[in-house]
Each structure stands twice: as C-alpha cells, then as structure tokens.
Design a binder for this molecule. Structure first.
Ligand code: AHG
Ligand code: MN
Ligand code: MN
Length: 339
C-alpha cells in the first residue's frame, strides 16, 4: 500500500516512487532530474531578460534555415553541458544541431537517447510571452556501444519512455509523462525545486476552443479549410455552437492551455511548407507533445495517421499536427479521411 503522503511531493520524491513502482530505472530518473535542473537554469536565463543580455538575435542560423536567437543557443548549451557527464545517455539530438551530439569520450556512455527543442516559441522571447523547452527520451536500440548513429534515433513515438515540456511563463511548470499519466510540477523559485501540483491530468474530451495560425488559411489543404470553416460558422453552421480562438505561437503555451482546460491545436500542412512536410518537427516537438497529450486522455494525429505511429525518416523531419481534446481531434480527422 502507498504511504499516505502529506505535504508537498517534490520531483525527486515522485521519480523515486515511480522507480519503486517499476516505472523507469535509476539512469532514467537521473536523466530526468538533470533535464529538470537544466531547465531551471534556462528559466533563470529567460527570467533575466534584457538584464542578462539574453535577448535578440544570435547572428547565426540552425540547420532548419531559421535565424537563432541568443536564448536558442544558450538553452541548447545548458542542456548539452548538463547531460554530458551523468553516464546515463548515449547521445543528444536537438533542433539546433544538424547531427546528434555524442557523449564526450571522457565520460561513460549510457543506454538512453535524449531529444530536445531547447527553446520553443523563439519568436516570443523578445516580447515577454511564454516560451518553453520540449524533450523526448528513447532507449538506444540494443547491442550498440560505440558512436551513436542518427538511425538509432529514428524510432516511432510509441517507443518513447518519457517526455516532457517546461513552460517559462508567469510561473515555471514542468509537465511530464513516463507512460502512465501526465503530471504537472510547479517550480518553487525560492526553494529551487519542482513540486507536484496536478497528478493525472485529464483533458476534457469536448471543447469549443481552437488554436491555429489563421493567417495561413488560404494556403491550407481543402479538409482543413472545411473543418475550420465549420468552426467559424458557429451556431449557424453544422457544429451548432460558437467556437473561441487562441494562438500564442509557442507550442508549449498552446498545449499547456489544452492540458489545463481542453481545446484543439493544429499546425496543418499548407502550400508554402508542403515540400518540408509541415512546420513542427516530429522527433522533438510533435512526438513528445503527442505522448503527453495521449497520456492525459487526449489525441494527436497528422490527419492521416496517429502521430506516435509515424515511422521517422529524418532527425529534423516535419509533420502536420492536430492534437488536443479527443472528440474534437476525431472530428477534424474525419474531414481528412472523408476527403
Ligand atoms: P521554435 O521556436 O522551436 O522554432 O518553434 C516555434 C513553433 C511552435 O512553437 C509554434 O506553435 C509555431 O512554431 C508558431 O508558428 P507561426 O509563427 O508560424 O505561427
Ligand atoms: Mn519549437
Ligand atoms: Mn526551438
């Protein structure tokens, strides 16, 4: 029987109890604690803003052809440095690096692979709107010991052993799943520790709120045009009720709203990004978010298949994303399958 836990449960206590219950091993727990600690450092850097000299452009570009902000580069370095020495990881992959980063030879190599979007919502840094970090943990396929090949990372999202995101907002939150439920931890800034504040989050199955970048409307494919058109038609349309709209342009913030009060989020395919396959990256944005959302009772789909079942072909591969409240995602998917 579980002891009657009084008082706040820290991330360390939560992870230790998970391990005792058979979810994860000491290496995974160390990995997650190190990622959480690195995110505290990113929260500090983000929180300093102009006083820390962290705003503005880095003057460099990443492999995706995107201009890097100073905080993209700083956050990537914080995560890489924190994860180098623990002995739990075989390699890291990041939005900001073309190839996986091997664990330096000076340190032992472990059995896990870590992928991250070090700073999600970069366009919001300089305007003081919530940004975040997204991460995904996979096991290194068995039998390998030497250099990690990119192909070892190319596992479907169903293989993830843990995933999480941290939102650097009015408070700093860590949302985490180890594959049995999604849980929210709030950073106690004075004590410096993450405290469990919501266990087993459940996303409402129905919603009247959607999140999409409407400025791309004319470039979407026909099924998405029809679906959003029907939401906009409101009470007078086929859905028979009015819908509200939100778009933060930080996936972490939009997903966190959905985790909290339900909703549907989409970054669909459009004619401008068709050749790239979508906007959001499968391995370190769509997959971890889909795992978290599914573990909270929601759904995540490309319009053609369940995101977690997409067989990855590249580290920086992009996919269309439709995720959130289960019944609403099913509605949106129906427009695609009917087409
Ligand atoms: P990143 O800052 O890591 O490149 O990700 C930005 C993503 C995602 O967070 C957000 O939902 C989307 O891009 C916003 O795109 P638009 O600016 O096209 O609306
Ligand atoms: Mn991102
Ligand atoms: Mn990013």
């Amino acid at each position: 029987m579980k002891p009657d836990l009084r008082g706040p449960v820290s991330l360390t206590q939560y992870l230790t109890e998970e391990r005792r219950a058979g979810y994860g091993d000491t290496d995974l727990i160390q990995l997650l604690e190190i990622v959480a600690r690195a995110c505290k450092r990113i929260a500090v850097a983000t929180g300093k803003g102009a006083l820390g000299g962290v705003l503005g452009e880095a003057g460099t570009g990443n492999i995706q052809g995107e201009a890097q902000k100073k905080l993209d580069v700083i956050s990537n370095e914080i995560l890489l440095d924190a994860n180098a020495w623990g002995g739990h990881l075989a390699a890291c992959a990041s939005e900001e690096m073309e190839h996986p980063q091997q664990i330096p030879d000076a340190y032992p190599r472990g059995g896990y692979l870590l992928l991250f979007d070090p700073l999600d919502g970069s366009s919001n840094i300089d305007v003081n709107i919530s940004v975040g970090t997204i991460f995904s943990v996979l096991k290194r396929p068995g039998g390998h010991r030497g250099r990690v090949e990119t192909s070892e990372f190319l596992q479907p999202g169903t293989n993830q052993v843990a995933a999480g995101y941290v939102v650097y907002g009015s408070c700093t939150l860590l949302v985490l799943t180890l594959g049995h439920g999604t849980h929210v931890f709030t950073l106690d800034r004075e004590a410096g520790s993450f405290i469990l504040t919501r266990r087993d989050v459940q996303i409402p199955e129905d919603t009247s709120e959607f999140a999409i970048n409407m400025s791309n409307q004319r470039f979407w494919e026909a099924p998405m045009q029809r679906y959003i058109g029907d939401l906009l038609a409101g009470k007078e349309g086929p859905r028979g009720r009015d819908f509200n709209m939100r778009w933060v342009a930080s996936m972490v913030a939009d997903v966190h709203r959905i985790i909290t009060r339900g909703g549907i989020f989409s970054y669909p395919l459009d004619s401008k990004i068709k050749a790239k396959g979508g906007k959001l990256r499968l391995m370190y944005e769509a997959n971890p978010m889909s795992f978290i959302v599914e573990q909270a009772g929601g759904a995540a789909h490309t319009g053609r298949e369940r995101i977690l079942e997409v067989q990855p072909e590249g580290l920086h591969q992009r996919v269309p994303v439709i995720l959130g409240s289960k019944n609403e995602v099913a509605q949106a998917v129906r427009y695609h399958t009917d087409a």
